[in-house]
Design a binder for this molecule. Structure first.
Ligand SMILES: [Mg+2]
Length: 328
C-alpha cells in the first residue's frame, strides 16, 4: 500500500496546476485549435497540456507507477498539426518553464500499466464537448492498486449544479472519506456525504448531456412513471459523481441503449466511483454488479453505471430493469 499522504499531496498539487491550465485555455478557447481523433471525438490544446502537467508531477514522485490515460501524441506529431503542438508547449510552459518539446511528447507517449500493480488512470479533460461549449468538465485522476481503485481526485473548475459556480476539487481514498476543496479560497477542505433521500420518488437525478453516451430518455420514463417531482440535472463529464457524493443529486444514471456495444473507459469512472463510495454511496453497473477495473482500458465486463446515495440503489436497479424489460 503506497504512502497515502504522499499520494494526496502530489496528486492535489498536480491537479490544481492542471485545473489552472484548463481554466485558462477555456477562457480564451479557440475552436480552430481542436483536433479530431481517429474515433471522431475532439481533443483540444487543454487536454494535452493537462495530461502533460499531471504526468510530469506524478512521475517525478512516483516513477514506477503505470499511467492509463486517454490521450497520446499521435495527432500532435503529424506535421500538419505543428501549430497545435506549439500551443500545447506554450500552455505547459506557463507552469513548467523549462520543459522541452521532446519531453512533452515523451510524457504523452509513455504510458500503460506499471510493473508493480500501481497504475494511475487519467482523463485530462472528461467532457471535452462541454469544455468546448464553455460548460462543465472534469480533470479526473485515480490510483488503482491491483485493479482496485484506492484513491480518486477530480478537478471541476466549472462545477455548478443548481446555479452558482463553485470551482472545486473532490478527492477520496479508501478508508479516508471523501473531501471537497473550493479552489481559490483559503477555506479548509470539507468532508462530503451523500444525501439521505430514502425513496426514489423524492430523488434528484443527474444525467449526461451527450445522447451518444447513454439512453438519456430512460430518466424521463422513470420520472413519468413514478411521478417524480424533483428537477433533474444534466452535466458534462465525471462531475456527476461529485454531485451524488455531495448530495447535490441523489443518483446518477448512465444506462446504455439496449443495442449499444460501447464500453466505458476506466478513466471516465475510476475517480468518481471512489469519491461516491467514500461519501457513503454505492456504484454498480445496471445489473447491480460491481465495476471491474482489472480488464484493460475499458469496463468490458460491465454494462452502464448506476451511482446513488446507497439508500435508493436497489430501487433504482429494479425500476431500470423493469423499464428495459418492457422495451425488448
Ligand atoms: Mg477526455
Amino acid at each position: 500500500m503506497p504512502d497515502i499522504d504522499a499520494i494526496f499531496q502530489t496528486a492535489l498539487r498536480a491537479l490544481t496546476a492542471a485545473c489552472e491550465t484548463t481554466a485558462r485555455v477555456q477562457a480564451g478557447f479557440d475552436a480552430r485549435e481542436a483536433l479530431t481523433k481517429h474515433d471522431r471525438s475532439p481533443v483540444t490544446i487543454a487536454d494535452y497540456a493537462s495530461q502533460v502537467i499531471l504526468s510530469k508531477h506524478l512521475w517525478d514522485v512516483f516513477p514506477d507507477y503505470g499511467m492509463i490515460s486517454e490521450e497520446n501524441a499521435d495527432e500532435l506529431r503529424k506535421p500538419e498539426n505543428s501549430a497545435q503542438l506549439s500551443s500545447v508547449c506554450e500552455q505547459v510552459r506557463v507552469h513548467l518553464p523549462d520543459i522541452s518539446e521532446a519531453e512533452i511528447c515523451e510524457l504523452l507517449t509513455r504510458g500503460g500499466r506499471g510493473d508493480h500493480g500501481l497504475d494511475w488512470t487519467l482523463d485530462p479533460i472528461d467532457g471535452t464537448k462541454g469544455f468546448m461549449r464553455g460548460d462543465q468538465y472534469a480533470v479526473a485522476l485515480a490510483l488503482l492498486c491491483d485493479g482496485k481503485v484506492i484513491a480518486g481526485f477530480m478537478g471541476c473548475p466549472r462545477y455548478s449544479v443548481m446555479g452558482g459556480l463553485t470551482p472545486s476539487i473532490f478527492y477520496a481514498a479508501q478508508g479516508e472519506g471523501a473531501w471537497h476543496r473550493i479552489l481559490d479560497t483559503p477555506d479548509p477542505d470539507q468532508e462530503i456525504k451523500v444525501d439521505d433521500t430514502a425513496v426514489l420518488t423524492q430523488a434528484r437525478i443527474i444525467r449526461g448531456v451527450e445522447a451518444a453516451h447513454a439512453n438519456l430518455g430512460i430518466v424521463d420514463v422513470m420520472k413519468a412513471r413514478l411521478g417524480m417531482q424533483a428537477e433533474d440535472v444534466r452535466m458534462d463529464g465525471q462531475g456527476k459523481y461529485a454531485a451524488v457524493a455531495t448530495g447535490d443529486a441523489t443518483a446518477y444514471l448512465r444506462v446504455p441503449q439496449l443495442d449499444s456495444t460501447r464500453k466505458e473507459c476506466v478513466w471516465d469512472h475510476a475517480a468518481g466511483v471512489i469519491i461516491v463510495e467514500e461519501a457513503g454511496g454505492k456504484v454498480t453497473d445496471v445489473e447491480g454488479s460491481p465495476l471491474d477495473f482489472t480488464v484493460g482500458d475499458t469496463l468490458a465486463e460491465n454494462r452502464g453505471i448506476i451511482a446513488t446515495n446507497g439508500a435508493i440503489h436497489e430501487e433504482v436497479l429494479g425500476v431500470v430493469s423493469a423499464i428495459e424489460a418492457e422495451a425488448v
